[in-house]
Each structure stands twice: as C-alpha cells, then as structure tokens.
Design a protein around this ligand. Sequence first.
Ligand code: AMP
Ligand code: MG
Length: 327
Amino acid sequence: MRVLGIESTAHTLGIGVVEGDGKVLSSARQTYIPEEGGILPSESADFLASKFEEVLQESLDVSGCSFNDIDGIAFSQGPGLGPCLRVGAAAARYLALKHKKPLIGVNHCIAHIEIAKVTTGAKDPVILYVSGGNSQVIAYAEGRYRVFGETLDIAVGNCLDAFSRVLGLQHPGGPKIEKLAAKGKNYIELPYVVKGMDLSFSGLYSDLKRKKLSGQYSDEDLCYSFQETAFAMLTEATERAMAHLDKEEVLATGGVAANSRLQNMLEIMAKERGAKYYGCPREHCGDNGAMIAWAGLLMLKSNDTLDIKNSKINPKFRTDDVDVTWL
Ligand code: AMP
Ligand code: MG
C-alpha cells in the first residue's frame, strides 16, 4: 500500500510518498520565508500554491511512483492557518477525484507523532511535540492521543522565532538561536513558568525582549539562557508526565525537536529515570509531506477516509479530537 501526503498547515508545502510499514519513498518540500516579520497567512498560502506543481513532480519522481501506484491521497486537515490549509485540501480533493483514490484527512500533530514513532521504533512513549505553532506533552490512552500538558499561550517555536526577530534574524529563528546559544557562557535568570504539566512562554519572550533592548547582555548569553530556561521547562513537564503515567519511553518530535540541547536534556532526564529517549530524525522533525502520508496510510488501513463533502479544513483541530482507529 502507498499513500501520497500533502502538508500545508503554515510555512511548508510538503508532498511525500510512503509505503507499507513506513518506508519513506519521497519527501519533497518548499518553505516560505518571510522577507521580514512573521508568517503572513495569505502570502504563505500564495507561495504554497505557486510551488504545488514543482513539489508534486519532485515527490513522484523521487518515489518512482505514478498515480497508478498510489492507493490514497492524504492531506493536513488542521490545525493550522486557514488560507494555507485550504491550498493543500483543495489540491488533495482534486487529485482524489481525478485519480479516483480515497481521500484521508490527517491531524497534523498526530502525523508528527506517528512519523516519529515509526522512524525511531518507540512503542508507547510520552511525546513532547514542540513546533512553531504547538507545544504539547502527549501520551496514548484508550483510543486517543491525550494531551497531558501544553502551552497556555504561545508555542516554544513561536517564542524562538519572535525573539530571533528582536535580534534582527530572519525566520525561522530556532536554528540561529541554537548557534548563538552554543557561544553563550553566562546564565541570565529568566521567567520559568511550569504549572503542573502546562507551560507558558509569553512572559519569557517579553523578558528576553526587555533584556535585549536594555543593551546590558550579549546575544549569545541571552540565547544560551533562553534555551536553558525554555528547554528545562519542557523537560520538567515531560518528566512529570512520565512519572504520572509510569511510561518508560520519551519521544521528541516537531521542528524544535531538531535542537541538540533539547535532545540532550531529554536524554539525561530519561537516563536518570531508567527510561529510553527517542528523537525523531532531523529530516522528519519539521513539517513535511511524508508524515502526512504515513499517518494517512495508517488511517487508510483502518478505512478511516473522508467523503469530499465532509473534507472541510479545521484550523483548530486538536490532537485529542481524533479517534485513533489504527492502534
Ligand atoms: P514545524 O512547525 O514543526 O515545521 O517547526 C518549525 C519550528 O521549529 C520553528 O519555530 C523553528 O524555529 C523551529 N526550529 C527548527 N529548527 C530548530 C532548532 N535547531 N532549534 C530550535 N528550534 C528549531
Ligand atoms: Mg508542525
């Protein structure tokens, strides 16, 4: 069985083909980078639409497949930015109708989880899902991926991207902050906000901005302290979930999970508890089409498909809204 997956929740148009037990045959993508400021949904949507033909062709070429070899068309149904989601959804409906294939509506967050599980071999982990739009501590229980903790305001990736703009760096900020942080030496005290398993990053952002504008601190020390604080918060909430749920695996996924320092903290935490840490491979961490294809394939196997008339996007689609039919 092979599924073609289309990702278009925000900044990335990704189209991937996955087969059988999770073999990624292709994962083509193009990412919108705003010239200044953050992502403008309508501008990003225009960019994604303009790249559709090229990314689709690359994905088919690399996979060696034509539509005859594809058993279903999956797309990101949400959560995400409405105009961007509509680009992928419209294209997926068209391809499903044209080639007479089942249509599969995938929850983007669950796709991040499933690609991380299949590529690492994690079985029943506590999942730390950290990206530009989401920060959640998740575990599977009785038919759903349940959210045990999450940000009460902005996502950690959003916080990284917003602060990087204060530093005058271009989107996406995470990788640039990671490089600067590696040169930082002095820890500067910052707001550390963990409430049970929930988190808050907006005060951290405001304080970082204030400290940067004061001119008293180096960018390197600010980035270093930012990472130490935010990632310790994430690690603490994740550890609390592991203790509470008595789980022996932890899995990190989403764009921010590409960060070495975050991986390192989670690994230390897991080791100290006698648990095992799994990190999603870097190439599958950020938004991509292969993850949508893989989640779509799992859903297709359990006949979890959509009629065209019920295929509306859902910008506020939550991880715990989905009945997991495939586990
Ligand atoms: P996603 O929405 O899953 O594609 O993830 C995008 C987010 O991941 C953006 O906020 C990026 O700044 C962030 N990101 C990407 N690479 C890194 C990194 N090495 N360290 C921290 N954040 C990162
Ligand atoms: Mg994402």
